[in-house]
Write a protein that binds this ligand. Structure first.
Ligand code: NAG
Length: 300
C-alpha cells in the first residue's frame, strides 16, 4: 500500500510518460525512451529510494541503454547516473569502472565550484560503494588524493538536534577522549559521533585504536575483537521523503555504507528526539539505543 501511494505521488510529481510505459508491459515501449528521460527517471527514483514494481525489467533496460550510451553523456551526468544506481543498489562493475577511471574523474578533482564539489562528493560515494558493496570489484578506484579538502567549506549551521545530541552524548561519555564528533569519513559521509564500546559496555579511548575509516585514516592498536564501533546518525526532518518516515535515497546510501564499514548504527530521528523533554530522558534514550544496537548485533 505504501509503495502504491508512493508511486502515485511520484507519477504526479514527475509526470513522465515512461512511468505509464513501464506500468503497462514495459520493455517494448521503453525501448524508444530517450536517454535523457531515462536519466531523469533514474535520478528521481534515487532521490526517493523508489523501486518500481517491475524492478528487474526496468533495470535491465537501464543497463542495456547505459551499456551503449553512458560514455556519450556529459561527464557530470555520468557521475549523477552512477550515483543513482549506487543508491538503488543496481550499479554494475563495468559501470563503476566507467566513472572511477582517471580519464573521467580527474577533471573534477580540482574543481571548487559548488557543482564540482557535489560531483566530487558523489564520486566518493561511488568509490565507497565499490569498496564496501562490491568485494569482487577490481578497480580502478579514486586515489586517496581526491580527498584533498582544499579551502574549508563555509560552516554549516549547527541544528538544534545536532547540538543537543552532541551535548547529551558528551555528558554520557565522561571524558573527551571517549568519543569523536562530526567525524569526516573516507566514504564521503560525516558521522555525528563515534564511540567504541568494550564487551562490558564501557567506552574505550578512541585515539589509542586504528581508525581506517577516517579521512585521513589514523593508526594505533587494533581494538579488542569483542569491542563494537558505534556511529550516531541524526536524521532531520529534511532527510525524509515528505510526510513519511522513509529516508531519502542519499541517506539510505549513507546508512548502508556506515553499516558496511563495520559500525553499529544508532539512528537518532528528529521525530523521536522531539518527544524527549528532560536532559535525563535524552541521556536515557541514547543509552537505550546503544544497548539495543549492541543486543541486536549479538543476537545475529
Ligand atoms: C577509494 O577506495 C580505495 C579502496 O578502498 C581507497 O584506498 C581510496 O582512498 C578511496 N579514495 C578516496 C578518495 O577515498
Amino acid at each position: 500500500m505504501a509503495r502504491c501511494a508512493k508511486s502515485f505521488a511520484l507519477l504526479k510529481w514527475l509526470n513522465l510518460p515512461l512511468f505509464e510505459a513501464f506500468a503497462q508491459h514495459v520493455l517494448s515501449r521503453a525501448q524508444s525512451v530517450a536517454m535523457s528521460d531515462l536519466c531523469n527517471v533514474l535520478l528521481a527514483f534515487a532521490r526517493l529510494n523508489f523501486r518500481p514494481e517491475q524492478e528487474e525489467a526496468f533495470f535491465n533496460l537501464v543497463h542495456e541503454k547505459l551499456g551503449s550510451q553512458l560514455a556519450d553523456l556529459d561527464p557530470a551526468l555520468q557521475v549523477d547516473v552512477l550515483w543513482a544506481l549506487c543508491v538503488l543498489q543496481q550499479a554494475r562493475a563495468s559501470e563503476l569502472q566507467a566513472v572511477l577511471r582517471p580519464e573521467l574523474h580527474t577533471q573534477f578533482l580540482g574543481d571548487r565550484s559548488p557543482r564540482g564539489q557535489s560531483t566530487l562528493q558523489k564520486l566518493l560515494h561511488i568509490n565507497a560503494t565499490a569498496r564496501l558493496e562490491h568485494p569482487e570489484y577490481a578497480g580502478p578506484l579514486l586515489p586517496a588524493t581526491a580527498l584533498d579538502p582544499g579551502p574549508p567549506a563555509p560552516e554549516r549551521k549547527v541544528t538544534p538536534l545536532q547540538k543537543e545530541l552532541q551535548e547529551t552524548l558528551k555528558g554520557l561519555l565522561g571524558g573527551a577522549d571517549r568519543g569523536r564528533f562530526s567525524v569526516a569519513t573516507q566514504y564521503g559521509w560525516v558521522l555525528d559521533a563515534e564511540v567504541l564500546l568494550d564487551a562490558e559496555g564501557q567506552f574505550l579511548p578512541l585515539r589509542d585504536f586504528v581508525a581506517p575509516h577516517l579521512s585521513p585514516p589514523s593508526g594505533g592498536q587494533l581494538p579488542p575483537p569483542t569491542a563494537k564501533r558505534l556511529a550516531f546518525l541524526r536524521w532531520e526532518f529534511s532527510n525524509f521523503a515528505s510526510r513519511s518516515k522513509d529516508l531519502l535515497g542519499r541517506f539510505v546510501l549513507a546508512r548502508r555504507h556506515v553499516l558496511a564499514a563495520g559500525f553499529l548504527v544508532v539512528d537518532v530521528p528528529y521525530y523521536e528526539w522531539l518527544e524527549l523533554r528532560s536532559e535525563w530522558q535524552k541521556a536515557a534514550y541514547l543509552k537505550d539505543k546503544m544497548r539495543k544496537s549492541v543486543a541486536e548485533e549479538l543476537a545475529k
